[in-house]
Design a protein around this ligand. Sequence first.
Ligand SMILES: [Zn+2]
Length: 564
Amino acid sequence: MRLFSVFQVCRVVCAGGVALFAAGAAAIAAEAPKLAVVISVDQFRGDYLARFGPYFGEGGFKRLLAGGLNFSNCHYRHSVMLTAPGHASILSGTFANVHGVTSNEWLDRATWEQVNSVEDKASPLVGIAPAELGAAAAAAPAKTGRSPANFKAETVGDELKKKFGAGTRIFAASNKDRSAILLGGGRGDAAYWDENGRFVTSRHFRPTGELPEWVKAFNAEGRAEKAFGRVWDRLLPEAVYEKAQGPDNAPGETDAAGLGTMFPRRIDGGKKAISSAYYTAYDNSPFTTEALGEFVRRAVTEEKLGRNTGTDLLCVSFSQIDTVGHNYGPDSHEVMDSVLRLDRVLAGLLDTLDREVGLARCVIVLTADHGVVPLPERTSRTDPATGAARVRTTEMDAAARKALDARFGALPTGEAWFTRDNAGVHLRPTALAAKKADATEAATLVKQAFATMPFVAEVFTRAELLAAGAEGETPLAMMRRSYRAASDRDVVYTLKPWFIAKAGSGSGHGQPYPYDQHVAMLWFGAGVPRGERTERVHVDQLAPTLAALLGVPAPAAAKSPRMF
Ligand SMILES: [Zn+2]
């Protein structure tokens, strides 16, 4: 109503289109919502809303689609399509070359140790003891500390903090630590994720070392434990899934966590009592999505989100679809059923938001961190010309070693020229020194060896990446945006489309192709027009668009234009 009257006044007073646009932007700011809700669905490909749309219920995705704006052709513009870089880009509007989060974990060149993207030794976990997270965590408890310390860009949340200070609350939750922490950003008030079915955080967010009473009470309700032995079956008749996705037990599916490859399955970890295997099985089941949905609904009430003096920010990232996508691929009954169950969870969340805040006072955006490649067993059957296959990186490494040995002299058995780090390598300074080898020449030899592999698409050396611009849509520019100049690898590469570097079974993501880069982008709520838009847009436009809707400046590194 108020927005309308501002336009009316402007039409009378000023005749120019530019002035009209300026008044429109002011009107959006005047109507700033009370709560922004950013929903990420891990591995939610851009085709899923259309593919599973006929099977949605009334209150979830359908409600957002009917009342919102669906960008059906939205893509990422960086190369390394993984969870941490995706979540770091969503609210910063920039890429790893700026925000520093190149991967889920990476090799630290100073210590030659693997570092988690949200690792912070100064910020121990709160709500769980490291020893409960398994043998590796028990052996190195400091490495379980978590915070946004490695995330170097500002987000829309930071802009809200600058404007409203204590008058805004930034709350993030996910099944994964990195997804919650990176969405919440550097000034986030709270980030929770689930470990062994409990929602936990770190000292960065809770310096007292205590969970809030409401989180303790929520955990004490024991949702994960109550789900022990629950059977996960399809919501709809099997024939519906067959028609949409093909057979349940397709070649290439993984029998992970004792769950088999077919419905129905009992969620118990293959044991008679609760064990660590059970929690892995639980993480694979949609019951973990239901628990996160309930946790977030509880948070809206307990944290009084949307009832602050400024605009609050709620970030939530659902992880389970990624887990089943890895095990069974995008064309599985498991992924379809997980999406349909998420649809029900979303319906519950929207009901809570409507009741507690009012949907007209919220702006909601739903997107994803990356997509997923179909199982190569399927692609090689439906499209044999692709040559889709599973490949082994050991073959590449052997070729590179051979080339380096031939040029500089063979290293003793048991010593290595390089250490692998994601899809690339760091040359070992000790090996280079021992053989008086020049790092740039060695990197070029590794590149040439990798490039001889029939499944490798592009190989770039550090020197090539540092000389490249981060603008444009070439494979080099996309990799440059995924590359951290100060401390990244000596050689990086991409696979040819449809190939997967995973032996045996299962699927994955991480490549600069539409099946990984095309993701959902669905807007709803205050200031959002209705409809579908089919022109190509990019995820890095989300941050400036949301900032404008909330009446705050775009984060400093978010340089892309708004989506609408
Ligand atoms: Zn994944």
